[in-house]
Design a binder for this molecule. Structure first.
Ligand code: FMN
Length: 161
């Protein structure tokens, strides 16, 4: 089994989360390729069994580069394959979403797009908290990410049997 993890980042926080997910999946015996979205030239579903996609939250949604990347995920190729989505966002964003009862998370919007492509969402999205625009990550977020990736590994292995 081999997956692809794709992320966008301006200040390195989302990259750090993508790297943590990649390392944790590898520790669980799952092969992954990790790409900055800018480096993905061609995306072939034949090479991969699953997709993990992450974006910084910008103006309540995913970055433009991730939006563009989603256009390369063709439903006829990726249909039924598992996916997980994550984002980085500020704690105030969660509060705002709660108060307004409206979704402002990049990951939720990515997940919606991938479900529309008939991909199979393995876990609820991971929303990682970043303090301010440049970070740092809120304390404990790396550990929470490792827990998420371990759970993801279990789901991926279960799906394979
Ligand atoms: C132009 C811009 C818009 C942003 N809009 C939001 C937002 O709507 N909600 C939010 O929680 N964070 C917002 N942020 C903060 C980003 O989520 C934060 O910079 C990002 O998580 C950092 O990730 P990175 O280090 O990978 O770039 C915004 C940041 C920038 C630069």
């Amino acid at each position: 089994m081999k997956g692809i993890i794709v992320y966008d980042t301006s200040y390195g926080n989302t990259k750090k989360i993508a790297e943590t997910i990649a390392e944790t999946l590898k520790e669980s015996g799952i092969e992954v390729d990790l790409f900055d979205v800018k480096d993905v030239k061609k995306l072939s579903a034949k090479d991969y069994n699953f997709l993990v996609l992450g974006s910084p939250t910008k103006f309540g949604t995913m970055s433009l580069a991730i939006r563009f990347f989603l256009g390369k995920v063709k439903s006829e190729e990726w249909m039924n394959k598992p996916f997980a989505a994550f984002d980085t966002e500020n704690p105030e964003n969660i509060e705002r979403a709660h108060i307004e009862n409206k979704e402002w998370s990049a990951a939720e919007k990515i997940a919606e797009r991938l479900r529309d492509k008939k991909m199979n969402q393995l876990l609820p999205v991971l929303k990682v908290l970043v303090l301010g625009q440049k970070g740092p990550l809120k304390e404990g977020e790396i550990e929470r990410t490792k827990d998420y990736a371990r759970e993801l590994a279990i789901k991926l292995k279960r799906g394979k049997d």
